[in-house]
Design a protein around this ligand. Sequence first.
Ligand SMILES: Nc1ncnc2c1ncn2[C@@H]1O[C@H](COP(=O)(O)OP(=O)(O)OP(=O)(O)O)[C@@H](O)[C@H]1O
Length: 331
Amino acid sequence: MFDRDTEGVRIELRSLTKHYPGQPAPAVDNVTLDIPAGELVVFVGPSGCGKTTTMKMINRLVEPTSGEILIGGQDVLSLDPDQLRRHIGYAIQQVGLFPHQTIAQNIGLVPNLLGWPADRISARVDELLSLVNLEPSAFRDRYPRQLSGGQQQRVGVARALAADPPVMLMDEPFGATDPITREHLQNEFVKLQKQLRKTIIFVTHDFEEAIKLGDRIAVLREGSHIAQYDTPAAILADPADEYVASFIGQDATLKRLALMRVSEVSATGSPAGSGLPQVSADASLREALDIMIAHGADRCATPSGVLTYAALCEAVGTRAGEQEDVVSSER
Ligand SMILES: Nc1ncnc2c1ncn2[C@@H]1O[C@H](COP(=O)(O)OP(=O)(O)OP(=O)(O)O)[C@@H](O)[C@H]1O
């Protein structure tokens, strides 16, 4: 199957439609989308717009009414659905861990089905537990009820990764956690994906999450119609229409600041002996702004010089007269 390459493969949806019997309109209506190999694409849109249905057609938990799905050039609808699902990682909000199996057994589910020898499964379980920051010796023999919600979600992600699939489908996998745990899981996941370069489709209601995780975002309307499909930076800078703009909300400038690194903006002069607050080169401009505000300074020191508030505004295309808006919406 398409898993000879454990790094991501391209996914193509062609005129994909799902019309549930008895429903007046299709849940997914003629959707065409190209997802490049190794990218994380986020589906974001209101409740009921068809995000989950679109995703579940890819691993055939839902059978399409019409259209085509290609993974790595292979027609998914010609494959055996059970076989197919063993080669696609799937993580969902409800986690779905088996309560009477240990964490190790839960993570080893798909490798076991694939007939891996026990010692290979055991080594893989320990590797994955470490990858999601759970100490193997402390967690492998516990049962799901003995873990916090956030720890269970990490196990859910580890299980989805177990057989090293090239494709992962993730439906609000961090949805059931509190905001702090959620942010932590998101940060870890961003780091993990930088290493793994799987092709991932990630469903969320949360536009902030989409910006943080997505290489690209597909903003969906009713029927999974694509309102805009682009990088987070491009969508924030130039939303296609009012609908997309309403998702972004009022603070597009702050969100764009969060996407840009201090190293991307030219610093001037030498900060030596200036007593200015310090920021690292890989900090975001949003973090740099927070530090300036916290210190009551309109500039800060970076490893390559002095970063001014004016330079920061220029980087996101805010004119000098609009600078107040950036600061006041921060408060
Ligand atoms: N099994 C089903 N039978 C009939 N209609 C369904 C079925 N599953 C979903 N639907 C309908 O299809 C539409 C799309 O549902 P879907 O779950 O794909 O949306 P969603 O965007 O993922 O929503 P949410 O964000 O609330 O999970 C909805 O109107 C829903 O009621």
